[in-house]
Design a protein around this ligand. Structure first.
Ligand code: GDP
Ligand code: MG
Length: 162
């Protein structure tokens, strides 16, 4: 089976934008899994010859319920299904209480967790990521999902963990 990568993070940090960028630009075939009715939440992607499945957990779990339930459900899907988990935060929002709650859930996972700080669209924002070290998930990787900056570095880190 192909390795699976899951994207988790609070609403509005750019999970779906990152997912679309990875599947549209680097890639390959978008395919729905049996049993998953909403499309574009699961796709196949590749980077430097490594093929993988990618999941936008935000797209499948949001049912308009409590935010605590939403992030818990995302993290559970990621911890069950993924080989590598990518937690997304936003430099525009700064570090939030929800980021800390998601990180605390992910600590319990034995899976590798990478931390990407999205919306780092310019050099000042790329340099403004130090607060995110306190999440305890290693070096934050600054990315801009809309501009494309840092996406290659993130994909390199992902495939190194397969
Ligand atoms: P999700 O709720 O985590 O899936 O977030 P979305 O992918 O829907 O993005 C939420 C908003 O953030 C949208 O308006 C995106 O266009 C915007 N966004 C996503 N990535 C970036 C980025 O790298 N830079 C900036 N400035 N905006 C972004
Ligand atoms: Mg989304």
């Amino acid at each position: 089976a192909l390795p699976t990568v899951a994207i988790v993070g609070q609403p509005n940090v750019g999970k779906s934008t990152l997912f679309n960028r990875i599947i549209n630009e680097r890639l390959a075939i978008v395919e729905d899994r049996p049993g998953v009715t909403r499309d574009r939440n699961y796709a196949k992607a590749s980077w430097l010859g490594h093929e993988f499945n990618i999941i936008d957990t935000g797209g499948i779990t949001w049912e308009g319920g409590r935010i605590e339930d939403e992030i818990r459900a995302q993290a559970d899907i990621a911890m069950e299904e993924a080989d590598v988990i990518v937690m997304i935060t936003s430099v525009a929002l700064h570090l939030t209480d929800l980021d800390e709650r998601i990180a605390r859930i992910l600590y319990r996972s034995s899976k590798p967790v990478l931390l990407a700080v999205n919306k780092a669209d310019n050099p000042e924002q790329r340099a403004d990521i130090y607060d995110f070290y306190s999440l305890g998930l290693g070096d934050p990787i600054p990315i801009s999902s809309t501009h494309g900056t840092g996406i290659g570095d993130l994909l390199d880190a992902i495939v190194e963990n397969f």
